[in-house]
Design a protein around this ligand. Sequence first.
Ligand code: GDP
Length: 449
Amino acid sequence: MFEALSGKLNGVFDRLRRRGALTEADVAEASREVRLALLEADVALPVVKDIVAKVRERAVGAEVIKSVSPAQQVIKIVNDCLVEALGGGEGVEHVPGISLAAAAPVAILMIGLQGSGKTTTSGKIALRLRTRDKKKVLLASLDVHRPAAQLQLETLARQAGVTSLPIVAGQSPLQIAARAMEVARGELYDVVILDTAGRLSIDEALMDEVAAVKAATRPHESLLVVDAMTGQDAVQTARAFNERVGVTGIVMTRVDGDARGGAALSMRAVTGAPIKLLGAGEKLEALEDFHPDRIAGRILGMGDIVSLVEKAAETIDRAEAEKMAAKMQKGQFDLEDYAGQLKQIGKMGSLSGILGMLPGIGKMKAQIENANLDNTLLKRQAAIIGSMTPKERRNPDILKASRKKRIAAGAGATVQDVNRLLKQFDDMSAMMKRMSKLGQKGMMRGGLG
Ligand code: GDP
């Protein structure tokens, strides 16, 4: 799946990476390209819009992490947005695979159009439950319209090493379902997989039949099987089934083919139902749990960068930062502290990290980050502070012309540079005091980052 989308997104990131610092225009252009790539991958339009809006908003408002490049940060942001579209992300509970958390025998209802891979998937799930979960599994075909389907399930059951419910000619789907549950209870099966009949397209009779079986068997899982190759049709099928019958999860098959991947990205948003499993081949072993983060990783192919950015964001020394934040709030932040902060530049943009610890910081943080805090400037400032005496650092007011001259010479800078540093430090201290006052009043809460 995803190859074409991967290629396109990689192209976008390559272009970003050739820039040193990203401007708003760069981010806008990248968002446009991400939008095109998603549309070409057949992602539903509202989902595309949502993803792109999120990417842009977060890229513009992102807290700068100095030890990674802006392009790398954008990659991480796109990654997070994809994970969310796929049904994962922070604060969202995604349980991969199917749930058996119910009293035995647990019924699993398999739903889907003919040819979607429903019967094959029933066999795959049976095999996995028997071998991995050590469950006693009963397979039953409710497809009375096509005797071949019942025989196919029988063959698959044999291959999976599980039992299939004996075929009794002339029974209705409801009767077969009732018999399956009875046998399962009597013979202490853990799981019963009910493979309903498929149709070539959605019709009322099919919906009625599935709904009736569902009402009678009260399955713990109602899994809809859809073919990834059918793209947006798969999403619409899922929406129709979920509205009419209610599904607990979606199995997307043929992800081993060259489907464009849009269905996987649209599914959650359009249908509201989570993708739980992926079918990745004709063999019974070819069944995978669906992990939003791993799929996003597969799409971007940039797992290294994503974890790099995550780590860099964690590198900030929280204890140190909290100490500094407290000092700032009390207005005790001096040049010594400022120098300490400059030293941490190698680790990450600790200034913004510290600002993040202050309560209630909104737009001002962006102002500070935009205020030319680039690396060379910070290094020069570190050198200037380095050539001050401890007393001067704690008490910048004593810095008169002769001291400034000495300091500038020691740092290989000019007196102007020294003045600029002091001015900046003054401005910053004033801003800190203002911000902490605002913060204490609880205003400007929930700004950036
Ligand atoms: P049903 O009509 O929905 O029960 O579909 P079947 O289970 O009979 O599957 C139809 C065809 O699709 C069979 O030839 C399967 O081998 C094939 N198939 C099912 N799942 C997958 C999959 O994940 N990948 C591939 N490549 N083929 C699959």
